[in-house]
Design a binder for this molecule. Structure first.
Ligand code: NDP
Length: 445
């Protein structure tokens, strides 16, 4: 494999798909050495087949607002690779959604799902629809229209979507309702369902919990823990609130949270009571970050800024892709931060990651750190198939075991001669090998 040549060919074939090409380059650079050691991979063009999605579905989604006005959004489902199990990956509803972003997310999902050790292939989907500021009826009409098309290509053994940015339990409910009506069956075709109709306990907080379990493994391997640590988080969605809760439980202190319009810094810590207040604001579909600083005098709101120049011990970006750049990384280093783990997908730019590696910091990528979300979705699928509901403790125990195993795999493939662990390399190699070997077993299909 020649990484530069492969990327050049992809650029020519998919011009302008910046995020997708960024994600592919990162994986190729990590696996190049191990790939070239196995002539079978080259002989079967494993990488050429892996970087192109199996199928890309694009469809029109018409819907009617509360005033009777008709709107049209674009719907997507990128079914990337199903070598180790049915397609699995979330749906994102956000105005920034385009094919490049969904291809980057779908590509990452292949390796993440492989790392969980559960039988799940990689996919991603969504729409440029913005649920922010819409009424429940508008969101419902949009979701129903979206599912009219999506239902044709998903199924409990084919493709099992879940939530992501802009798609929580409410949206999953509307999507599931329409799927159930169209198919006349109540099967686990979506995950992230409500607890009363097939959802799993712990799923809402699983990504954040898993991210903290993984970070805890990294700290412990270096003789450290969360106790007394000041942690900077970004975002305040599904991933961030679960992470904040678990950090508090482990004795750390969360000092920042953010939204698209700025961040809050609260040196007294985001306690469980403050998390509950923010969840209330979130449920009301309001701007959540700014009002926090009106409610708590210890919190200060910084308009239009990101939290990465606030001194902290650990940083966990949990909002969106490319939200932490080289300058932010240098600020973190300068201010004494020693550990950065990605709660979101690809939140750190390649230049920021270069800074972390150069300074031998503890750094781990989203595909390992946030894999607890999809892993718990896998556990939801198992419960649905068995027609059982596990207790919260049972799900949490399995989640912890999975995160520990992912950490072991990352260390196995990422440890360098001087003892430094390149978690990015470890995660990419471990995730890749399982999928590549499955593809070899199945021949050229
Ligand atoms: P949510 O929509 O629940 O939360 C995203 C949060 O980030 C919101 O608080 C949002 O604010 C904020 N945000 C959005 N854009 C920006 C920005 N440019 N700067 C700062 N804050 C911003 O999404 P999730 O928590 O589900 O997802 C967050 C990340 O984690 C994504 O990268 C997602 O792909 C990834 N992920 C999610 C999983 C899950 O289980 N949910 C699983 C694995 C990965 P606002 O609401 O005001 O827009």
């Amino acid at each position: 494999m020649n990484v530069n040549k492969l990327i050049q060919n992809l650029e020519a074939r998919h011009p302008g798909e910046v995020e997708y090409l960024q994600a592919v380059r990162e994986v190729l650079e990590s696996i190049e050495e191990i790939y070239n050691e196995n002539h079978q991979f080259e002989a079967y063009s494993i990488i050429e087949r892996l970087v192109e999605p199996d199928k890309v579905h694009i469809f029109r989604v018409p819907w009617v607002d509360d005033n009777g006005k008709v709107f049209v959004n674009i719907g997507y489902r990128v079914q990337f690779n199903n070598a180790i199990g049915p397609y699995k990956g979330g749906l994102r509803f956000h105005p920034s959604v385009n094919l490049s972003i969904l291809k980057f997310l779908g590509f990452e999902q292949i390796f993440k799902n492989s790392l969980t050790s559960l039988p799940m292939g990689g996919a991603k989907g969504g729409s440029d629809f913005n649920p922010k500021g819409k009424s429940n009826m508008e969101i419902m009409r949009f979701c129903h229209s979206f599912m009219l098309e999506l239902s044709k290509i998903i199924g409990p053994d084919t493709d099992i979507p879940a939530g992501d940015i802009g798609v929580g339990t409410k949206e999953i409910g509307y999507l599931y309702g329409m799927y159930k009506k169209l198919s006349d069956e109540h099967t686990g075709v979506l995950t992230g369902k409500g607890i009363n109709w097939g959802g799993s306990l712990i799923r809402p907080e699983a990504t954040g919990f898993g991210a903290v379990y993984f970070t805890d493994e990294m700290l412990r391997m270096n003789g450290d823990t969360f106790k007394g640590k000041r942690v900077a988080l970004s975002g305040f969605g599904n991933v961030a609130w679960g992470a904040a809760q678990k950090i508090n439980q482990l004795g750390g202190k969360v000092i920042t949270l953010s939204g698209p319009d700025g961040f809050i810094h609260d040196e007294e810590g985001i306690t469980d009571e403050k998390i509950d207040f923010m969840l209330e604001l979130r449920a009301s579909n309001e701007d959540i970050v700014k009002p926090f600083s009106f409610e708590y005098s210890s919190a200060k709101f910084y308009q239009g800024k990101r939290p990465w120049d606030i001194p902290c011990d650990i940083a966990i970006p949990c909002a969106t892709q490319n939200e932490l750049d080289k300058q932010d990384a240098e600020n973190l280093v300068k201010n004494g931060c020693t550990c950065i783990t990605e709660g979101a997908n690809m939140p750190c730019t390649p230049e920021a990651i270069e800074v972390f590696h150069r300074n031998k910091m503890l750094y781990a990528p989203g595909k390992a750190v946030n894999a607890g979300g999809v892993a718990t979705s896998g556990l939801e699928m198992s419960q649905n198939a068995m027609k059982l509901n596990w207790h919260a403790e049972e799900v949490d125990k399995r989640l912890q075991e999975i995160m520990t195993k992912i950490h072991v795999e990352c260390v196995k493939y990422g440890k360098e001669e001087d003892g430094y662990v390149d978690y990015m390399k470890g995660a990419n190699i471990a995730g890749f090998l399982k999928v590549a070997n499955a593809m070899l077993d199945m021949g050229v299909v």
